[in-house]
Design a protein around this ligand. Structure first.
Ligand code: ADP
Ligand code: MG
Length: 400
């Protein structure tokens, strides 16, 4: 273990007095914008219960480091037989997620609450417990062994993609059924284990209940109005000078507020267009970006620094005409004079062929392309839901 990581783990142990009585810190496994994650062994894990004793009520244990549970007669013990025939308990690993103090208490509470709502699914990493010391919070999750996407994406065959997305869509169908948007679907937040052919969703730090930051009806919820606006938007285009920026300067309407949380490169078009009634479909777009990465063998696929650049990247694929339509859906105007953005754009098949430097696509890859088109659909109302995606021929009638 790296000395600086050791020091960091020591600091955690010093902050949370008693933590080392329960958890043996092993290594640092993740460092993000909002947290640091450590792998640890739960040395007091109750082997007399079959699985993780997730706390039903985080308030009940007062956010303290939980005491070991008492053994109950007749409970099964998880045991391994070691080489000398002696019975040995299997170590239980946890992920300790230390949430940065810069995160707002509301945000932390939101993440823990949503995880609590989503307990009971095998595709969402459950919250075992959480504890707090002053302004610091540590969430305890079962450790899920997984492979690093940056290494595995190159070797993925279509068969592997099928398993990956079957698992991801199952997880998303569950989360969306609960009316929750994850908002940050990307490879590092879906821990995938190729041997188990299963993954778990983590990181509900940006997740929210659908409709919770609704700031008034968006035009996309009323198709009749959208048609009107399309006329209006072409009127604008003819009248005003072309501008470099994706956003028109002389728009008389008040500036729009909309949730933009997420990771660049994975944001859905309606997020970029500041849709005021975003739905669970934003997660399906992000899942589509992962599929595009795998089919196109390029990671990250999109590499924009900001939202305007992201729109330009999107426009070079979809073309001006479809971008204008997508913008109008949310009452926005899309205008550009960038010469590389054509009127018509490109098809997914061509794009994947260029990106992956192959001559042709196999039949199974073509099936993947069809699914991709359903996911990376600019209009969220036409985009596949997780449930619909699971019914796609890519899964139900796979060609090899
Ligand atoms: P952040 O908000 O900092 O992105 P995450 O919850 O996404 O925090 O965790 C960051 C990283 O830590 C993940 O990408 C993953 O590599 C690792 N990690 C998180 N939870 C687990 C877990 N339950 N099991 C194994 N690794 C995990
Ligand atoms: Mg994360």
């Amino acid at each position: 273990v790296d000395p600086s990581v050791k020091e960091d783990m020591k600091r955690l142990e010093d902050t949370f007095a008693g933590i080392s009585k329960r958890y043996r810190l092993i290594n640092r496994i993740g460092e993000g914008t909002f947290s640091t994650v450590y792998k640890a062994e739960d040395i007091l894990y109750d082997h007399y219960q079959n699985d993780w004793n997730t706390e039903d009520d985080p308030e009940e244990n007062n956010w303290q480091i939980p005491p070991p549970k008492k053994r109950r007669l007749g409970d099964n013990v998880t045991e391994d037989l070691s080489s000398n025939g002696k019975k040995k308990k299997k170590p239980r690993y946890v992920a300790l997620k230390k949430i940065y103090v810069t995160s707002s208490p509301l945000r932390i509470q939101n993440e823990l609450e949503l995880l609590h709502d989503l307990r009971g699914s095998t595709s969402v990493c459950p919250l075992i417990t959480a504890f707090r010391h002053q302004d610091q919070v540590v969430a305890v999750l079962p450790y899920f062994p997984h492979t690093d996407f940056r290494i595995q994406y190159r070797t993925f065959m279509v068969r592997d993609m099928r398993h990956y997305f079957q698992s991801l869509f199952t997880a998303l169908a569950f989360v969306h059924k609960h009316g929750i948007l994850h908002r940050d679907i990307k490879p590092t937040n879906f821990l995938y284990n190729p041997e188990l052919r299963r993954g778990v969703l983590v990181d509900f730090g940006l997740a929210e209940r659908q409709g919770s930051d609704y700031t008034g009806p968006c035009l996309c919820t009323n198709p009749a109005q959208v048609r009107q606006l399309r006329l209006q938007s072409s009127y604008y285009t003819n009248q005003s000078a072309h501008q470099q920026s994706g956003y028109p300067k002389n728009d008389p309407r008040p500036a729009r507020r909309a949730n933009r949380a997420g990771t660049r490169g994975f944001r859905a078009p309606e997020v970029l267009f500041k849709c005021t009634s975003q739905t669970t479909k934003i997660d399906m777009w992000s899942a589509g970006v992962i599929l595009l990465t795998l089919l196109g063998r390029r990671f990250p696929f999109f590499n924009s620094a900001d939202d305007v650049e992201a729109l330009i990247e999107m426009a070079s694929i979809f073309g001006n005409r479809r971008m204008k339509y997508a913008a109008a859906l949310h009452g926005q105007i899309f205008e550009t004079n960038i010469p590389t953005i054509g009127e018509k754009g490109y098809g997914w098949e061509k794009l994947v062929i260029w990106s992956s430097c192959v001559e042709d696509l196999t039949e199974s890859e073509q099936q993947g392309i069809k699914l991709l088109a359903g996911l990376m659909e600019l209009n969220p109302n036409k985009r596949l839901s997780a449930k619909e995606a699971l019914q796609h021929e890519f899964f139900t009638k796979p060609v090899e």
